[in-house]
Design a protein around this ligand. Structure first.
Ligand SMILES: [Cu+2]
Length: 159
């Protein structure tokens, strides 16, 4: 039969693509944060790779993008567990950053190559919520006026 063969080819391609994507995303490049600097200070990575900063120093530090692309927040010193922060770079470019605690500490991430295509993720498509069918609502009409024609005698008495 031809169809199972074709399916196998399609499946193999899908699995290969998924693995390649996972490989690119799983590529964590590490930057050690020391007292007082980033090692390496300049790091070149392919688009789609993840950088992990690890605080190995005795002081708290941050890895904070100069242009607001990312901010690790304060990463604990080694004595307090050594804070870690990860960021995935999808767009090629040069990304300078610094430590917010010690502004003299600076580094650069250089992202090379074509922009990484974001991994297609299953997105739940919201199903349209059932719209309540319009129901006929009786409009309030003018109040029924009962007109009772009374003989003149009674009309006079009502005044
Ligand atoms: Cu610092």
């Amino acid at each position: 039969m031809r169809i199972p063969g074709l399916l196998a080819v399609i499946l193999a391609a899908a699995v290969t693509a998924a693995l390649q994507s996972a490989a690119a995303q799983g590529e964590a490049r590490s930057v050690d944060i020391v007292d007082f600097g980033f090692r390496p200070a300049e790091l070149a990575i392919p688009a789609g790779a993840t950088v992990e900063w690890v605080n190995t120093g005795n002081a708290p530090h941050t890895a904070t993008s100069d242009t607001g692309v990312w901010d690790s927040g304060v990463l604990a010193s080694r004595a307090f567990g050594g804070g870690r922060f990860r960021f995935t770079f999808t767009e090629p470019g040069t990304y300078p950053y610094h430590c917010a605690v010690h502004p003299s500490m600076g580094g650069t991430i250089v992202v090379e190559g074509p922009a990484a295509t974001p991994t297609p993720t299953a997105t739940a498509v919201p199903s349209p919520s059932p719209t309540p069918s319009p129901t006929a609502t009786p409009l309030p009409g003018p109040p029924a006026v009962a007109r009772i024609y009374l003989p003149a005698v009674f009309r006079a008495a009502q005044r």
